[in-house]
Design a protein around this ligand. Structure first.
Ligand code: C2E
Ligand code: CA
Ligand code: CA
Ligand code: CA
Length: 278
């Protein structure tokens, strides 16, 4: 009976090993892509819609595969996050931004660089060390860095998240709440986390001008931000009348295809230099 049980366990073990193997091969490939530095930063300009000046950018990850095809985050981010590869990918992404746009940011100290983090980053103090190490030894000052935390995924440990955010803020890094109004946190996140900036989701910006309730919602977000002393950025701006409406509502910063899509580093630098000199 013991021998039988032994064989049964052995067979199950072999079965499990074979059924997992394809996954682990796919994972090997993903890890190899990380090692080959195929995950790269693109930069979407953020504009001041009062003055027309460039405020800075949001860093958006792209997978540039060996054959030259570009893959959007929607297709690899869920995997990167669920496997934890996102931690190494984010470190690499930040290192690349330091190298690529460091000189630009040294020459233009008002420019901001906004990096997306995921919920897991606020569950581990390591992100504070990463940011200290990477930007501390770069030409980009901590005061120029913004980290974005999305409201889409719940934070596991609010107290730890609050602590991590406070440590980042002590360095001079500012913290933006992304996708506001679409997810979990809402008012509780704003209050408990000590957020500096709120980003109005594209969903609300889309409906500006065509749907009165959307105008009301943006209006109350602006009022909330003002009352709490927070900055506000509208994302996904695609049409001229949205800019008009945002100005009327008192929103001064915006990003979207109407200004520029996410750009490769070289183009972002050229645009920034042209706007600074022009
Ligand atoms: P997000 O942070 O909300 O980023 C804004 C998304 O809207 C980006 O999509 C951007 O390319 C797109 N976008 C900007 N302006 C417009 C516009 O005018 N119209 C339309 N239709 N879209 C616009 P992208 O680059 O595909 O990124 C998707 C999401 O992937 C991001 O949403 C963010 O949640 C996540 N992501 C991107 N890069 C990173 C990263 O480095 N780390 C983490 N953790 N997440 C990232
Ligand atoms: Ca974002
Ligand atoms: Ca967003
Ligand atoms: Ca969004």
């Amino acid at each position: 009976a013991i021998a039988c049980a032994g064989f049964a366990i052995l067979f199950v073990a072999i079965g499990v090993w074979f059924s997992w193997r394809p996954d682990s091969e796919a994972d090997d490939e993903f890890v190899a892509a990380i090692r080959r530095k195929e995950f790269i930063p693109y930069y979407q300009p953020v504009m001041d819609i009062e003055t027309g000046r460039l405020r800075g950018c949001e860093v958006l990850m792209r997978w540039r595969r060996a054959d030259g095809t570009m893959v959007s985050p929607g297709q690899f981010m869920p995997y990167a996050e669920s496997t934890g590869h996102i931690f190494e990918m984010t470190r690499q992404l930040m290192r690349q931004t330091a190298t690529e746009v460091g000189a630009l940011y040294r020459d233009h100290p008002d420019l901001k660089l906004s990096v997306n983090l995921f919920a897991g980053h606020f569950n581990d103090r390591q992100i504070v060390e990463d940011i200290k190490e990477i930007y501390g030894s770069s030409d980009i000052a901590f005061q120029q860095i913004v980290v974005e935390v999305t409201e889409r995924h719940p934070l596991q440990d609010m107290d730890l998240a609050r602590k991590i955010i406070a440590e980042l803020q002590a360095l001079g890094v500012r913290v933006a709440l992304d996708d506001v109004g679409t997810g979990h946190g809402g008012m509780a996140y704003l209050q408990k986390l000590g957020i500096d900036i709120i980003k109005i989701d594209k969903m609300f910006v889309d409906a500006l001008g065509t749907d009165d309730s959307s105008t009301t919602i943006v209006d109350s977000m602006v009022e909330l931000a003002d009352n709490l002393g927070m900055g506000i950025i509208a994302e996904g701006v695609e049409r001229m009348e949205q800019i008009e409406r945002l100005r009327e509502l008192g929103v001064t910063a915006a990003q979207g295809y109407i200004f520029a899509p996410p750009l490769p580093g070289k183009l972002y630098i050229e645009l920034a230099e042209a706007l600074a000199n022009g």
